[in-house]
Each structure stands twice: as structure tokens, then as C-alpha cells.
Design a protein around this ligand. Structure first.
Ligand code: URA
Length: 197
């Protein structure tokens, strides 16, 4: 099966995911699941948390205010968005953008796992603490997880089924929109990605 077909299969399965606690809201609000977007051969994959309202309305990841900042961050290191793959752990919008529940992470996580196996990124950049925790645990990187405030901008070595990868935890752009200090940190941390562009 081609990468495209494998991704389409994931999309079809998420579309039909009636057992998700977020499914009813998706249907009632005429939302779309947000699978991910970008280059299926990307060297760098960004993993966010969950779709917000704009994303759920369009079916596209990071297309609202946080996405605008992500675009600026990518531009700052001359990395075209079309070169990377952008997705989230949770593929449906949680009500009122609340934090994802453990059961939701458990339900949607395997779709992200499959996306990683399809794309085989050399670098996984996590956006926010939920994807940071998920990816670090998935690749068994640390026995005890440092808070994101200590881990952001660092490069962690990990071993994927397809070879060695780097994990780079980053703050979530949404947290930096109204926090100039965090925003400056995020721009500085993005510089770490330059060597992998
Ligand atoms: N926040 C996320 O974590 N993901 C999106 O796609 C948009 C906002």
C-alpha cells in the first residue's frame, strides 16, 4: 500500500470512530476530524495536542491563531510548511479546548503511532506537554520525565522501528500567543531545528 493509501485508511478509521467520546460533538457541531497534513516523506514531523475550533471546522491542523504562529516559526528558520508533516495526538476537538483525557490519548494515540511509521521522520518536534509526554513515553526515552519547562529546546536521542531519531520538545504555540517571554523562547528553540532542515 502506498503512503497515501495508508494515510487514507487512517482517515477512514478515524472518521468512523464512533467509540470516541468526542464523536457525538463532532457530528452535532458539523466538525471534521483532523488527521494531519504535509509531506509524507518529511524529515521533520510536528505533533500538537488536539484540534481547536478552526481546525475542526476545516479539517486542517494548526490553521487558527496557533497555526499562524507556527507558520511564523517555520518561516524564521526558512522551513517551508510543505516540507514537514503536522499532526496532533487527538484527532477530534475536545469540548471548549479542554485538556485531552487519558482515555482519549489511549484511543487516538495508535493512529499517531501509525502515522510515524508511515512517514518515518528523523525528527519529531512535540508541541506542548501532552505530545511531549506521549512521544517520550512511546520511545522510552526517559524513566522520569522532566517538566516541559526543563526539556524544551533540548535534543533527545531515540530509537524508532526504522532507525535513530531525534525528539525535540517545544512549547505549544497557543501558550506563547499572549506571552512574549514564551514566544521569544519558542523562536529561540526553533533554531535547534535548523540543523535538520
Ligand atoms: N492546537 C493544537 O494542538 N493542534 C492544532 O491543530 C491546533 C491548535
Amino acid at each position: 500500500m502506498s503512503k497515501y493509501d495508508e494515510m487514507r485508511q487512517i482517515r477512514d478509521e478515524v472518521v468512523a470512530l464512533k467509540e470516541s467520546p468526542l464523536y457525538v460533538q463532532r457530528i452535532e457541531s458539523h466538525y471534521l476530524p483532523v488527521i494531519g497534513e504535509g509531506n509524507h516523506d518529511a524529515r521533520i514531523m510536528f505533533v500538537g495536542e488536539a484540534p481547536g475550533k478552526n481546525e475542526a471546522k476545516t479539517g486542517r491542523p494548526f490553521c487558527g491563531a496557533a497555526g499562524k504562529l507556527l507558520d511564523e516559526l517555520l518561516l524564521s528558520i526558512a522551513l517551508p510548511r510543505s516540507n514537514v508533516y503536522v499532526t496532533n495526538i487527538i484527532k477530534d476537538r475536545p469540548p471548549e479546548n479542554r485538556d485531552p483525557l487519558p482515555a482519549e490519548i489511549e484511543l487516538y494515540g495508535p493512529f499517531l503511532d501509525r502515522q510515524i511509521t508511515i512517514i518515518e521522520p528523523r525528527v519529531i518536534a512535540t508541541l506542548g506537554r501532552f505530545s511531549y509526554a506521549y512521544i517520550m513515553k512511546k520511545f522510552d526515552v526517559a524513566l522520569f520525565l522532566d517538566p516541559i519547562s526543563a526539556a524544551h529546546g533540548k535534543i533527545f536521542d531515540a530509537e524508532a522501528s526504522y532507525g535513530a531519531i531525534k525528539i525535540i520538545p517545544l512549547y505549544h504555540p497557543a501558550a506563547a500567543i499572549y506571552n512574549q517571554h514564551l514566544k521569544a523562547t519558542l523562536f529561540k528553540d526553533f533554531e535547534v531545528l535548523r540543523q535538520f532542515v
